[in-house]
Design a protein around this ligand. Sequence first.
Ligand SMILES: Cc1ncc(COP(=O)(O)O)c(C=O)c1O
Length: 377
Amino acid sequence: MLPKSESILLHGHLRARSEVELLQAYSAPLEGRRQSLRLDFNENTIGPSPLVIQALRSISPEQVAVYPEYDGLREAVIANLSRLDLACNILTSQVGLFNGVDAAIHAIFHAYGDRGDQFLTTTPTFGYYIPCANMQGMEIKTIPYHGLSYEFPFEKISKSLHDLKPKIFFICNPNNPTGTRLKPEKIFELSTISPNTLLIIDELYEAFTGDSALPLIDFYKIPNVVILRSLSKTAGLAGLRVGFAIGHESIIDRITRVTGPYDINSFAVTAAFAALKDQPYIDQYVDQVLKAREWIRSQLMNNQIRHHIDGGNYFLVWPRANPHDVVQGLREQGILVRDMSEKPLIEGSLRVTIGTTNQMKVFWKTFYSLENRELVD
Ligand SMILES: Cc1ncc(COP(=O)(O)O)c(C=O)c1O
């Protein structure tokens, strides 16, 4: 770190905090995707409920002209979650509203991560945790998933929690990109090892596994756990940005303190109300994805292609051809997938979002022709 006097100007630019000077902007290949079959971001591949679109169309000019109002949204989240048979009643003060779960993650690090504090997570996992920890100048410890089936490293994590007592610990369940699932009972066990560790459970893809920790956690007994959920994926609102953090009110209060007062816009609020009410639409989409998952799994198995499918609406596949060429070849046919071939532990793989069976058939046909192999039905 440079002394403050020397650190004001860097190559003629005002220097930011030293942690920020070392950061690279978190960027994902998000442009020019509209006309393609988008299997690269684990989004809903058919879009939101028609009721969401109807609600958005009926937004009045007044609603655009005034600042957003959030009354009733927390209650709507709680009503939607009540289908989960919860261990305790969730209070409105225990629900934080964010501009997508990304904003909740950022706020959690901002509020709790101090320079030099320990951050613990698994690897490979969702790519936004580490930049947020770096932003705060935290010390990072990552523990790899085990073996070719990418099992959760439970013993090593338990030991690290015990020895290191990190300030923040993130579990992505099911994990993106390996799909690794951890039973809620196991998460519960982890939450008691280091009571001063803030344990964040990122449940973005829980709809595909049903492994939510919410039914087990009473925030008055386990106040160090926060659960993240989003309307981006199954509900199909990724473009509008709505995410929730659910936990003890003292934590929700602190992470809300570092968030702007109007960070979620009125369109997102309107869409969120409609999406939360139309759970049958979401359930039906999840069903379609689960069927498509079985279809693609059997194609991969019958054709002996290395793959890894577990929880979540995505899988990893290792093409025999050069992965960059396969990504490019798919792109030329209007199909986008995520190149993971440079990532440690999943080297050589692509991550493919699972959509409907018809969409998987489109992917499969092109993938196979690129691999130049005989199809086995
Ligand atoms: C595991 C995980 N957490 C969080 C996010 C961010 O979600 P949101 O769109 O709600 O910001 C993503 C998005 O891909 C994700 O995969």
